[in-house]
Design a protein around this ligand. Structure first.
Ligand SMILES: Cc1cc2nc3c(=O)[nH]c(=O)nc-3n(C[C@H](O)[C@H](O)[C@H](O)COP(=O)(O)OP(=O)(O)OC[C@H]3O[C@@H](n4cnc5c(N)ncnc54)[C@H](O)[C@@H]3O)c2cc1C
Length: 398
């Protein structure tokens, strides 16, 4: 009898979880993780289900992730008399990585004699690059077509996902990997220092429901060759079947950073202005347009805009649709994936934020449309409905 049938037959209802002081470091080997897992004991904290009803939808948003198979572009380039430092193409990882890529862009800028710089773009990449430049003594002017809340960054989920939709494994180079690792390391630290209501950054438990023991419960095994050192994804605990009553063999809890995009981006704009930054609404149609700027040093943070502006045809959209439901105070955990037994098409994720419970799980390559798609909405709602019903009943069938 498999676990789902066993649970159903035993007629077990909703049984919740808590983890009193139990912590398995990702730096332990798998065998140690299993041993600790067996000894973990859980009392009755409840993972309160999300109410999945259409009449609870408060908005649906679409954002286009700026995706490049060979990864983000972070390098200086000469155009006539100007130096342009590119910092774009962060895929589904821009909210996570931007403090790091912003500092790396600043290091290139420091090699230039001028301390007067133009940043093009006012999404998360532009704002964090601008702040890093200010911290290093630059006078910064941001020029952008759109500012928060009208940027892709505002349409982000947004949690600590530093490798999501970022790069194709076979296109990675050693030098890109080095840049990525440094950026991830810097950004992870910086985001931790911004935890609190002012920036809308917080820690949250994220749960997965698995039948197979998670390979990535041990360090360095999830992406080959590994992109991230294990300490950048700390706080993972695997809970075995004997210690929970959910319809799967393993529950995996990981600590992740959650960002509230509207609070975070507004706070970055305020900080930028408070440090005497200038912000100008302006659209650039060509590189020639950029040549008319006074500044000789330009940081290009135009995200997907670089497809047209710099004719970067490798850059393309990964369309992502999010559904926001009325917040439920009692939902204070995130989920990723579905219950085992559902199809891979049911890959979805849920993150509770102050501006709504955010449901997502779409990534359409090469789709430029900003229109919400009813089919995607139905899929996201159905998959989540199955997930939370399955969690409640304690029995979900293949
Ligand atoms: C559904 C969804 C979920 C996501 N979830 C996550 C997540 O959980 N974690 C994570 O890390 N990331 C996530 N992302 C990815 C993240 O949102 C992006 O990587 C990030 O927002 C890109 O930031 P950016 O500043 O480069 O681009 P944008 O936010 O698009 O900003 C670009 C700026 O450049 C300006 N611009 C562009 N072209 C021009 C031009 N020609 N002239 C003047 N200005 C111009 C724009 O007006 C804008 O101000 C998600 C994205 C989506 C869509």
């Amino acid at each position: 009898m498999n676990r789902r049938n066993l649970i159903k037959k035993a007629g077990l209802g909703v049984i919740g979880l808590s983890m009193p002081g139990c912590g398995i470091s990702r730096s332990l080997r798998q065998i140690e993780a299993r041993a600790t897992m067996r000894s973990a004991r859980f009392s009755g904290t409840f993972l309160w289900p999300v109410n999945i009803f259409r009449d609870r939808i408060i908005r649906t948003t679409v954002g286009l992730r700026p995706y490049r198979p060979s990864g983000f572009v972070l390098r200086p380039e000469r155009h006539d008399s100007k130096t342009i430092i590119h910092n774009y193409g962060h895929g589904g990882s821009g909210m996570s990585l931007s403090w790091g890529t912003g500092l790396l862009a600043t290091e290139f800028a420091l090699e230039h004699p001028s301390r007067n710089v133009a940043v093009i773009g006012c999404g998360v990449a532009g704002l964090t690059a601008a702040r890093q430049l200010q911290k290093h003594g630059f006078k910064v002017t941001i020029y952008a077509k759109d500012v928060p809340p009208n940027t892709t960054s505002n349409k982000s989920l947004a949690s600590w996902t530093p490798t999501s939709g970022l790069v194709d494994t076979d296109q990675r180079t050693e030098s890109w990997d080095l840049q990525f690792r440094r950026a991830a390391h810097i950004a992870y630290r910086q985001l931790q220092l911004l935890v609190g209501p002012k920036y809308g950054v917080s820690w949250i438990d994220q749960w997965r429901f698995l039948d197979e023991y998670p390979e990535d419960a041990t360090p360095h095994t999830n992406i080959r060759p590994p992109l991230l050192p294990s300490h950048l994804r700390a706080g993972q605990v695997v809970v075995g079947a004997e210690d929970h009553f959910y319809p799967c063999n393993y529950l995996v809890r990981r600590k992740t950073l959650r960002i509230e995009p509207s609070i975070y981006l507004e706070a970055l704009v305020r900080d930028f202005l408070a440090f005497k930054g200038d912000l100008m609404i302006r659209t650039f149609d060509s590189i020639k347009d950029l040549m008319s700027l006074d500044q000789g040093l330009i940081i290009n943070c135009t995200g997907l805009g670089s497809h047209h502006l710099f004719n970067d045809l490798e850059l393309s959209p990964l369309k992502g649709q999010l559904i926001a439901l009325i917040p439920q105070e009692e939902v204070n955990y995130a989920t990723i994936g579905s219950l085992p037994g559902t199809t891979s098409e049911d890959f979805v994720h849920m993150l509770p934020r102050q501006d709504g419970i955010i449901l997502g799980g779409t990534s359409e390559k090469g789709v430029w449309s900003m229109e919400p798609d009813q089919e995607a909405t139905n899929r996201i709602l159905t998959a989540h409905s199955r997930l939370f019903q399955g969690m409640q009943s304690g029995g979900f069938y293949r």
